[in-house]
Design a protein around this ligand. Structure first.
Ligand code: AOF
Ligand code: ZN
Length: 381
C-alpha cells in the first residue's frame, strides 16, 4: 500500500517497535470474533517512550485509540499515536477517533492499514486537515493479516466464503441409502467443529435441511454446544418443514436460524453482509456448493478426505457445467494436514471410520489468494 498523498513519513525505530506492540495488543485473546476488526494503539512521547496503550475488544466497546487516550488523560498532549488501522472518521457505535485524537492534542499519527470500510474511512484526511502529522503504511501487511476476513469482507462488500466438504476417495459425501450422515472420522468431525467456530455463519440449502435435518451448532469434544454460536442460514425458495431440528429452540444452544428465500448466491451473501456477517461456511449440500462455485463465490475450500470407497451415492458437488478437462476448476493447495486415527480405549477398537487417518486439504481458488484467514498449519488439529 502506498502512502496517503501529501502525508509525511518518518519511519523511526521507536514507531516501528510501537507498531509491533500495537499489533500484539490487537491480537489479544480476549477479543471476540467479529464483526469489528482487531485494532491496537500505542501513544509515544517525544522521546519514543510509551505513554499509554489500548486495544479494541469487540463491537460496541471503545475503539483502540479511545482507550489509549482515556488511559493517557492529559499526558496524551503532544504524543504520537501509533495505530494498526487508520483512525475512524464516523460516529458509529462510538464517536470518531480522528476528532478525539485532534482534541486530545496528539501531534502525529502513524497507522498501518488504511481503513477499507467506506463508512469509517477518511480519518487520515481529517487529521491532516487539522494539522496533525500523519504517516500511513507502516507494517500494513501485518495489520491486514490481523483481520483477513474483516478486510476481505469490507473490501468486497460481501462475506468471505469457505466451502467445507467431507468426501470419500470417490468424492461421495453419503452412501446411496443415506445411512451415513458422516463419512469422516471423529478427528475430522471435531476439526470441522473448530472450523465452524471460526466462522460467523453456516449456510446450507433447503434440500440439506429436508434430507439430513442437521443441527448446525458448534459443539465441543463432549458434544456440548459452545457459548458463541454462528448464525444458521438456510438458502432456497422451498418452505422449511417446521419440525426440522434447526427450527427447534430447545436444541439450538442459543444459535439463531434465518431462512434466505433465494437461490441466488449473490443475493444470499448480500443479505448476510447486511447482517454484519463476514465469514460464511458452506456446509452443504451439492446443489448449494455448485451454485456458489458457478458464481465464483468460493474463496477457500476445506476438504476432509476419508480413505474409503462407496462407488455410488451422493456426490460432494453438483454439476458445474464442465465437460472438458481444460475447463476443470483447479484450486491451489494451501495446506495438507493428516488427522490421526483414534486409539483403542480399554482394549476396544475404535469405530471403523476412526481407525484410519483422514486428510484435510485447504485450497484457495486462485494463485496469489494464498492468505487463508485460517492458517490451518498452526497445529490446531
Ligand atoms: C473498531 N475498533 O479500534 C477501530 C475501528 O462498529 P463501530 O461503529 O464501532 O465502528 C467500526 C468501524 O470503525 C470499523 O469497521 C473500522 O472501520 C473503524 N475503526 N473499529 O471496531 C477500533 N479503530
Ligand atoms: Zn474509531
Amino acid at each position: 500500500m502506498g502512502l496517503t498523498t501529501g502525508l509525511t513519513r518518518r519511519d523511526d525505530a521507536a514507531e516501528r517497535a510501537a507498531m509491533r506492540r500495537a499489533l500484539e495488543l490487537a491480537a489479544a485473546p480476549d477479543v471476540p470474533l467479529g464483526p469489528n476488526p482487531r485494532v491496537g494503539c500505542v501513544l509515544l512521547d517525544e522521546q519514543g517512550r510509551t505513554v499509554a496503550e489500548g486495544h479494541h475488544r469487540g463491537a460496541g466497546t471503545p475503539h483502540a485509540e479511545a482507550e489509549a487516550l482515556a488511559r493517557a488523560g492529559e499526558a496524551a498532549r503532544g504524543t504520537t499515536a501509533v495505530v494498526t488501522l487508520e483512525p475512524c472518521n464516523h460516529t458509529g457505535r462510538t464517536g470518531p477517533c480522528a476528532t478525539a485524537l485532534v482534541l486530545a492534542g496528539v501531534r502525529r499519527v502513524v497507522f498501518a492499514q488504511a481503513d477499507p470500510n467506506p463508512v469509517a474511512a477518511g480519518g487520515a484526511a481529517t487529521l491532516a486537515a487539522s494539522g496533525v502529522d500523519v504517516a500511513a503504511g507502516l507494517l500494513a501487511d501485518e495489520a491486514r493479516a490481523l483481520n483477513p476476513v474483516w478486510t476481505f469482507a469490507v473490501e468486497h462488500g460481501r462475506p468471505f466464503v469457505t466451502w467445507k466438504l467431507a468426501a470419500t476417495l470417490d468424492g461421495r459425501s453419503a452412501a446411496a441409502d443415506g445411512s451415513s450422515r458422516w463419512v469422516s472420522s471423529r478427528a475430522a468431525r471435531l476439526d470441522a467443529h473448530r472450523l465452524r467456530a471460526r466462522c460467523d455463519t453456516m449456510l446450507v440449502g433447503t434440500g440439506t435441511v429436508a434430507v439430513d435435518d442437521p443441527l448446525l451448532t458448534v459443539r465441543d469434544e463432549q458434544d456440548r454446544p459452545l457459548e458463541r454460536q454462528p448464525l444458521r442460514a438456510v438458502m432456497g425458495e422451498r418452505d422449511l418443514d417446521p419440525d426440522r431440528r434447526i427450527l427447534d429452540p430447545r436444541l439450538s444452544g442459543g444459535a439463531e436460524t434465518v431462512h434466505l428465500r433465494t437461490r441466488d448466491p449473490h443475493a444470499a451473501l448480500g443479505r448476510l453482509f447486511a447482517r454484519d456477517r463476514q465469514h460464511v461456511l458452506l456446509e452443504g449440500g451439492p446443489t448449494l456448493a455448485a451454485a456458489f462455485l458457478r458464481a465464483g463465490l468460493v474463496d477457500e475450500v476445506v476438504v476432509y478426505v476419508a480413505p474409503m470407497l462407496l462407488g455410488a451415492g451422493l456426490s460432494a458437488v453438483g454439476d458445474l457445467g464442465i465437460t472438458t478437462i481444460a475447463d476443470a476448476w483447479r484450486p491451489e493447495v494451501i495446506d495438507i494436514t493428516v488427522l490421526e486415527p483414534a486409539q483403542p480405549v480399554d482394549g476396544q477398537p475404535p469405530d471403523p471410520a476412526d481407525r484410519q487417518p483422514n486428510v484435510r486439504l485447504t485450497l484457495a481458488p486462485t494463485a496469489g489468494r494464498g492468505t487463508s484467514p485460517h492458517p490451518q498449519t498452526r497445529g490446531d488439529s
